[in-house]
Design a binder for this molecule. Structure first.
Ligand code: UD1
Length: 421
């Protein structure tokens, strides 16, 4: 197993190219199950998660060819309806084959994805939405079994205790594209990745109105066709590099990054003292030496994304004062606190909040990556810290950051991999 070594304290400089969005690519790849025709999907990041989705599609009977960030997904024989535990358990995103399989084959058996280190992560909203379309659903032996004679459009409220659900919206929207009649989804997720999926479905011939809003109107069609589509840039990768620049007080540039999808972060960074602006199609990040403390609460889009909470906390450990961080999407997503504290941060948990007392310096230490975004927070801390940081279990990073080591080295960071003994 590899560990990542970072010699911290070096400012970064230069330009980094942002990859395509992982969280848009996963449901879009799943949506190819809705058609018998070939689909070409461009700007797909080469990540463990997108490869896992490719594997799942192959296991369901598709042919997947991945080359130069382009995935060509074609039918190959008869489509299967069973998504096995071995694949679905490794990645929650694979649960979004449920809606397309049910819609196309009228039956689906998909392993429950289970919980993970960031919280319990139930699937009740996915099942509520599909049941409202007429599916008969039962859960047995760790699998969701869904059947239907004909999906029928309905009015569905998809709000949950923590607001809208990204993948439940994806599942229900995909299922509704081939249902009979009109489906209205209220409290639909407005995340740009859901809007991207909706645009992909429209390019396949689906009829969807209200894209990007919490009110989606889907008029079922008889058939969807193949298409050629380019995925949006990854806003979480873009945001991670923005926060990294702020924490290391480095002026850097993002090429092909997200700006409009990150207004909540750009606004918080301006309070911190870091200017983020667009110029000639590029995104420039210009931090100040002093990092101001800024409190932050995560919310569904367009609020501050939970997937950037850990990274922002890493930045606040170096602020000139105290900040308060609350995660309203995953209230227990604080596993990174103890690892950041190993590096000299002063963070404590009180109820639903993390209270971060900024320190002058972080210091390199051996630390353990626990999930994808917590790992990114440790990278940011390691780059800003004095001395050497060793990050163990970095396979989490390969799930979500394309060519991370190369990109960091190109920015001038001193980063390399070693085998753990
Ligand atoms: C997606 C993202 C993930 C991100 C999350 C929130 C992908 C592949 N993953 O995950 O990176 O952190 O959105 O932006 O796109 N909930 C329920 N019932 C459900 C489903 C969800 O109560 O049936 C709750 C969850 O526990 C959580 C909240 O709703 O508190 C939001 O979760 P959700 O939007 O569903 O996350 P995912 O779609 O799984």
């Amino acid at each position: 197993m590899d560990k990542l070594i970072i010699e911290g304290g070096k400012p970064l400089k230069g330009e980094v190219k942002i990859s395509g969005s992982k969280n848009a690519a996963l449901p879009i790849m799943a949506a190819t199950l809705l058609t018998d025709e070939p689909c070409v999907i461009r700007n797909v990041p080469r990540l463990r998660d997108t490869m896992t989705m490719g594997k799942l599609l192959i296991s369901l009977g598709k042919d997947v060819d991945f080359n130069n960030n382009t995935a060509v997904i074609k039918p190959k024989g008869k489509l299967g309806h069973v998504a096995e535990y071995e694949i679905v358990a490794t990645m929650r995103g694979s649960f979004c084959v449920l809606g397309p399989l049910l819609s196309k084959l009228r039956k689906a058996k998909v392993s429950l994805p289970g919980g993970c280190v960031i919280g319990i992560r139930p699937v009740d909203l996915h099942l509520k939405g599909l049941s409202a379309l007429g599916a008969k659903i039962d859960i047995a032996n760790g699998f969701v079994n869904a059947r239907v004679r004909q999906l029928k459009g309905n009015n569905i409220y998809l709000g949950g205790v923590s607001g809208s659900s990204v993948l439940a919206t994806a599942n229900v929207m995909m299922a509704a594209t081939l249902a009979k009649g009109v489906t209205i989804i209220e409290s639909a997720a407005c995340e740009p990745e859901i809007a991207d999926l909706a645009k992909f479905l429209v390019a396949m011939g689906a009829k969807i109105k209200g894209i990007g809003s919490p009110h989606l109107k889907i008029t079922g069609v008889a058939k969807l066709k193949g298409t050629n589509y380019r995925i949006i840039p990854d806003r979480i990768e873009s945001g991670t590099y923005m926060i990294m620049a702020a924490a290391t007080r480095s002026t850097i540039t993002l090429r092909q990054g997200s700006f409009n999808h990150l207004i909540a972060l750009v606004d918080k960074l301006s309070e911190v003292g870091t200017k983020v602006y667009q110029e000639k199609g590029l995104i420039k990040i210009q931090p100040k030496k002093i990092i101001k403390p800024v409190s932050m609460t995560t919310h569904p889009y367009p609020g501050f994304p939970t997937d950037l909470q850990a990274q922002f906390m890493a930045l606040m450990t170096l602020a000139n004062g105290v900040s308060l961080i609350i995660d309203k999407v995953y209230p227990d997503r604080f596993i990174h606190i103890s690892e950041l504290n190993r590096m000299g941060a002063h963070i404590r948990r009180e109820g639903l909040s993390a209270i971060v007392e900024g320190v002058r310096n972080l210091y390199g230490a051996p630390v353990m990556a626990s999930d994808l975004r917590a790992s990114a927070a440790l990278i940011i801390a390691g780059l800003a810290a004095k001395g050497r940081t060793e990050i163990h279990r970095i396979y989490h990073l390969e799930r979500g950051y394309e060519n991370l080591d190369e990109k960091l080295c190109a920015l001038g960071a001193s980063v390399w991999r070693e085998k753990t003994s």
